[in-house]
Design a protein around this ligand. Structure first.
Ligand code: SF4
Length: 189
């Protein structure tokens, strides 16, 4: 399910980033809370829902009540396909932990603004890192391992040449903090 098919970035190899999807069948919009609940009610056997696909799920303004509903109904939410994590309200960062969002794959290319912005155009590397740290602080306070972080990056010369630096950074920044979390989702660049 696509929580949002819009995106604020302009990654060069992405049809959403090039705004091509906006004119096609995918469109340019956000899943409504009402449609999300209606889907869950009509398909009670569905226990896992992937929310990321063509756009940036954090641009969906109704993500918090969606997470609350899913948690209360025993449905695991994932964003394994990826989120750029550039634009997220503080209440959403807290709700990810509170409502035990399951797996969050952060699309992070490069280990500095200079390398990151070559692919994640319009993105802010430091802001993404700040959001990861805030989520980890909430996880530590709640003594929770959720959301588990997974990493993804695009295949390009720049990110490959910087991958060693990125691995060092990941080690330093305790990417996946929280009880028993280390090693659950290995980093596979
Ligand atoms: S962040 Fe993801 S959805 Fe947005 S333009 Fe880049 S690849 Fe496409």
């Amino acid at each position: 399910m696509d929580a949002c098919s819009r995106c604020q970035l302009a990654c060069p190899s992405c049809p959403t980033g090039r705004r091509e999807n906006a004119k096609g069948i995918v469109g340019w919009g956000a899943l409504s809370l009402q449609d999300f609940i209606s889907f869950c009610e009509r398909h009670p056997h569905v226990r896992h829902i992937e929310l990321s696909n063509w756009g940036e799920l954090f641009l969906n303004p109704e993500l918090v009540p969606m997470m609350r509903y899913a948690h209360e109904h025993g449905i695991l939410l994932n964003a394994r396909n990826g989120a750029n994590l550039n634009t997220v309200r503080q209440e959403v960062l807290a709700a990810l932990v509170q409502h035990r969002f399951h797996v969050l794959s952060v699309s992070l290319d490069g280990a500095s603004q200079e390398t990151y912005a070559q692919y994640r155009r319009n993105g802010d590397f430091d802001r993404v890192i700040a959001h990861v740290k805030t989520i980890n602080e909430h996880k530590a306070r709640a003594r929770s391992r959720y959301p588990c972080f997974a990493g993804s990056s695009s295949s390009c010369a720049t990110t490959h040449t910087r991958s060693r630096r990125q691995r060092r950074w990941r080690k330093r920044s305790a990417w996946n903090s929280g009880p028993s979390n280390a090693g659950t989702l290995p980093w596979r660049p």
